[in-house]
Design a protein around this ligand. Sequence first.
Ligand code: SF4
Length: 221
Amino acid sequence: MIQNRAREILRILQEKFTKPAWITSKMDPFETLIITIISQNTNDKNTIKAFERLSKTIGVTPESLAKSDVAKIEECLKIAGLYRNKARVIREVSRIILEEYGGSLKPILEKPFDEARKALMKLPGVGTKTADVVLLFSAGKPTIPIDTHINRVSKRLGLAPKNGDYEKVRLALQSLFNPEEYMDAHILLILLGRKYCRARNPSCQECPVNALCPSITSTSP
Ligand code: SF4
């Protein structure tokens, strides 16, 4: 049964990987939103550097960013990809949160899941994945954000439909786990994708869940 296989995969990954210590479901919503916008098309190392620079130079609050010169934000984000566009998006998002939501994402995150998701996705630069990251990490809402690793790995593992789009993959995974496991599923499938189930040349022979994977091959899937 697919649910049993999914649970066994999760159990093995929980034993195999150590989750980063900073990950909780109590992260500041505005900081989570900004770091997720910075992370679009950017690796973790440069995302963190850009976020830290923004934090030290301007401060990551709706007030400070809405009032900042866009060139100053650009300067902080230079290490990240698409920094000019991201700087404009971040300033505009900050302005909207300041002017329309009283400087806090709380009024959005207190709404029921679907309404909160829709409201977040109305903000510039916020798509499904960014909205789901904020909802999961800062509001403890039941969703599994799907990034490129999770999309690839869950399809190879047969946990999501091969041609499924973002929503199909998200809902397929959510149907296999309990809501309290969503955070672990999100983080651990990313770690599996980075370390073993890479896009090219996956390490199937070393992969800790290869006995449960329909795509295992001696070379690549
Ligand atoms: S066995 Fe291979 S294809 Fe399957 S999850 Fe592991 S690395 Fe990916």
